[in-house]
Write a protein that binds this ligand. Structure first.
Ligand SMILES: C[S@@+](CC[C@H](N)C(=O)[O-])C[C@H]1O[C@@H](n2cnc3c(N)ncnc32)[C@H](O)[C@@H]1O
Length: 261
């Protein structure tokens, strides 16, 4: 079995639930601060997903401004459009990061969180982000380096194999370490770099790690030598450690702000 994760209706629901946990709500606060949105601004969210960030952006720019959300998944477009239906200055469109359905030089701020790591042609994606920005406009990017996971398990060897297979769910599991150079090569000036850790030192079913655990379980089951039974045993072990007070999870996300000169 091969191929990246598909953001169908079931995956859209799972992502939405995970992104409503306090861990990811906190992350959105950092992203909103980095965007510096003001009433009247035009902003674009590439890979808008469930529309949680686009909704916050809509409130920040007010009816005097505009927000456009773009996503290649029809299920995500439908979910984001429904979430943002209360603000007619927020528009959600089907499209791809590598070929944005957006006019050149039209955006004050462009944001893309947890999306570029799924993109195979980052040169094209950053060229597009720069094209749609106004001169002096700001691009905010946030992605995960999946090498940053620290997750306590009673079977470390199995944990390593499971996470290696999980690395296949996206185009580049280690994109953040390459982003400063990629942004520079695209002709953008990096003005801010920030580390945003997600930390679950206790078991909590309403946490980022509980959600991603289910995503990993579904993705790795029956893939590349990991049987369904082994994947289930991996997840059961983590939950048992949680019940016994031995849970520990952390992961790093990296945020970059780059400006078009
Ligand atoms: C993990 S979700 C993140 C959603 C949202 N940005 C957030 O942080 O809440 C990844 C999203 O990126 C979208 N996506 C992946 N590759 C894309 C591409 N090349 N162009 C547009 N959207 C893409 C997926 O459909 C999915 O909705």
């Amino acid at each position: 079995m091969s191929g990246m994760i598909e953001f169908d209706a079931a995956a859209a629901k799972a992502v939405e639930a995970m992104y409503l946990t306090p861990d990811v709500v906190g992350q959105r606060t950092h992203v909103m601060a980095a965007m510096g949105l003001r009433p009247g601004m035009a902003a674009l969210d590439i890979g808008v997903g469930p529309g949680l960030l686009a909704h916050d952006m809509g409130k920040a720019v007010t009816a005097a401004g505009s927000v456009t959300g773009v996503d290649m998944s029809r299920a995500m477009v439908a979910m984001a459009a429904e979430r943002c239906a209360d603000m007619d200055w927020v528009t959600i469109e089907h499209g791809e990061a590598e070929q944005l359905p957006v006019a050149s030089g039209s955006m004050d701020v462009v944001v893309s969180t947890q999306v570029y790591e799924y993109v195979t042609d980052m040169g094209a994606a950053l060229h597009e982000a720069k094209r749609v920005l106004k001169p002096g406009g700001r691009l905010v990017v946030l992605d995960t380096d999946w090498d940053s996971i620290v997750w306590h398990s009673s079977n470390r060897e199995r944990m390593e194999r499971v996470l290696k297979v999980w690395d296949q769910h996206l185009a580049d599991p280690h994109l953040p370490r390459k982003l400063p150079a990629l942004l520079h090569d695209a002709g953008l000036v990096v003005t801010r770099r920030e580390l945003i850790p997600l930390f679950n030192p206790d078991w909590n079913p309403h946490s980022y790690s509980a959600g991603i655990m289910m995503g990993i379980l579904n993705f790795v089951s029956g893939r590349d030598g990991i049987s369904e039974d082994e994947a289930r045993a991996w997840a059961d072990d983590l939950q048992a450690l949680g019940r016994e007070g031995h849970y520990f999870f952390s992961l790093n996300r990296y945020l970059f702000v780059a400006v078009k000169g």
